[in-house]
Design a protein around this ligand. Structure first.
Ligand SMILES: *Cc1c(COP(=O)(O)O)cnc(C)c1O
Length: 478
């Protein structure tokens, strides 16, 4: 045995250049999507038992280029407007690759540990959060869990219990308030944190899904009188279905009056705080005890990037500390000379992860590339697309807009009802490159386009409107 590893450790330039060629071909989308129809062809060579003998990195790259990349997920296509799935821009891809190699965890005293701070501070600046400190995590799901973990810590400390240390077994019944439109990751966060899914209290909303602050106040008072401990009020800054924004400022007043934590779930919409014309809609965010935003949505970083911000960073550490661990002790001298004399900012004590990628470098790279000016231009373009789509859809006698667009989301339906709307969506997917998703509004199905993809142009919006109205007309005449 030579003692050398079987894995290739070099040849980065050569292999990355070949990969990049394949990726650019994929992103050109010259071929129609056959990945589902052909899936038996490509899944067979990618399956089988774990190999006893490896094939080497060149063969791995060949298989990536032949079977994997061409059948990859087509969310970066300019006609894709489903869910809230963006397309990572080149700066984030490049920074992510750099971090994988030269900053493979976010800890210790390296440039990457520093960029974690810079990325968080810049993102806070974009979102108008001045007095908050943050931490990155894998996305909105985890970011909401971390924020509600801090809320739980605050609520229980106020009654003399340290929930992180002691658990909740002796605690009172608890509740978390928000609209029926809150993202389901809020319910799951309540489950994981031991509050229970049933702790979530859905409060009355208006037609657009915005919660009624007076109803929240009334419910909190009634619950308190019944011995329930209110843990948090959740305001959504941009609901996933329609992009509507809860009345954050009014909820901040209720939270302050009632002494309850205010959390703003801005996974999608909080970025819009950088637009002066929308500032009023997002007023009150700066008063929130916690807020989250997902750079992997509108900001276009690679997926796996959410950020939680809290006013009281110490609370986050009490809620999520790992406690001192022998394997994490560093024996640095007063005068630090090695990266490994110190762990740097201890992100692992404020979230759920120890080993974690340097997502700060992704955020830093995308903001460094285009600046606030570029972010504002993208958001304004996408918001205008949603309005334009609504206007175009309105000209079809077979379609109508379900609720006026908010942020970059436009929802519309077939006038003949759910069955036609479902078939319209199916034909869009099957026969065109325009791929929206769905929402349910007033109990009825709607087709929902959400513009967050930086590659989308007004021609794609027109294309979607034209395709939708011609399919809708055909359906009406069948
Ligand atoms: C997308 C989204 C989430 C979940 O975020 P992930 O990054 O998908 O985990 C939570 N809340 C809202 C409002 C969202 O739009």
């Amino acid at each position: 045995m030579s003692g050398s590893d079987l894995a290739e450790l070099g040849r980065l330039r050569e292999l990355l250049v070949r990969l990049a060629d394949g990726l650019e071909t994929f992103l050109a989308f010259d071929e129609p999507d056959r990945s589902v129809i052909d899936r038996a062809r490509w899944s067979a060579p990618l399956s089988g038992p774990v190999p006893e003998t490896g094939v080497g990195v060149d063969a791995v790259l060949d298989e990536l280029l032949t079977w994997v990349v061409p059948n990859g997920l087509r969310t970066p296509h300019p006609g894709f407007s489903g869910y809230i799935l963006s397309r990572p821009t080149t700066a984030g891809i490049v920074a992510g690759t750099a971090a994988t190699v030269a900053g493979h965890v976010r800890d210790f005293l390296s440039s990457f540990n520093h960029l974690e701070d810079v990325g968080l501070a810049w993102l806070a600046g974009v979102c108008g959060l001045r007095d908050h400190s943050g931490v990155f995590s894998g996305g909105g799901s985890t970011a909401n869990l971390i924020a509600l973990g801090a809320a739980r810590q605050a609520a229980f400390e106020a009654i003399g219990v340290d929930p992180a240390a002691e658990g909740l077994h002796a605690g009172p019944r608890v509740s978390v308030y928000g609209s029926s439109e809150v993202h389901h990751t809020i319910h799951r966060a309540a489950a994981v944190l031991g509050l229970g899914r049933s702790a979530f209290v859905p409060v009355a909303t208006d037609r657009c899904g915005r919660v009624d602050p007076d109803a929240v106040r009334d419910r909190i008072r009634a619950d308190r009188a019944a011995g329930v401990l209110p843990v948090a009020i959740v305001a959504v800054a941009g609901t996933t279905s329609t992009g509507y924004i809860d009345p954050i400022l009014a909820l901040a007043d209720v939270a302050a009056e009632e002494g309850v934590w205010l959390h703003v779930d801005g996974a999608y919409g909080l970025l819009a705080r950088c637009l002066p014309e929308l500032a009023e809609l997002l007023d009150g965010v700066e008063q929130a005890n916690s807020a989250i935003v997902d750079p992997h949505k509108w900001l276009g970083t690679p997926v796996g990037c959410g950020a939680t911000y809290v006013r009281d960073g110490d609370l986050l550490e009490r809620a999520f500390t790992q406690e001192p661990a022998a394997y994490l002790a560093t024996y640095g001298t007063e005068e630090m000379t090695s990266q490994f004399d110190h762990l740097g900012r201890g992100w692992f004590d404020r979230s759920l992860e120890l080993h974690a990628p340097s997502r700060g470098s992704w955020v830093w790279a995308v903001l460094r590339e285009i600046g606030l000016e570029g972010v504002r231009a993208r958001l304004r373009r996408h918001i205008a697309y949603a309005s334009s789509l609504a206007e175009m859809v309105d000209t079809s006698p077979h379609l109508y807009v379900s609720v006026p667009p908010s942020l970059s989301i436009c929802c519309f339906r077939h006038v003949a009802g759910d069955a036609h709307t479902t078939e319209l969506l199916r034909r869009l997917r099957a026969d065109t490159s325009y791929v929206p998703s769905t929402a349910r509004i007033d109990g009825q199905l709607a087709i929902r386009a959400c513009f967050v993809n930086p590659a989308t142009t007004i021609a794609d919006v027109e294309g979607l409107a034209e395709a939708a109205s011609s399919i809708a007309a055909a359906l009406a005449h069948e």
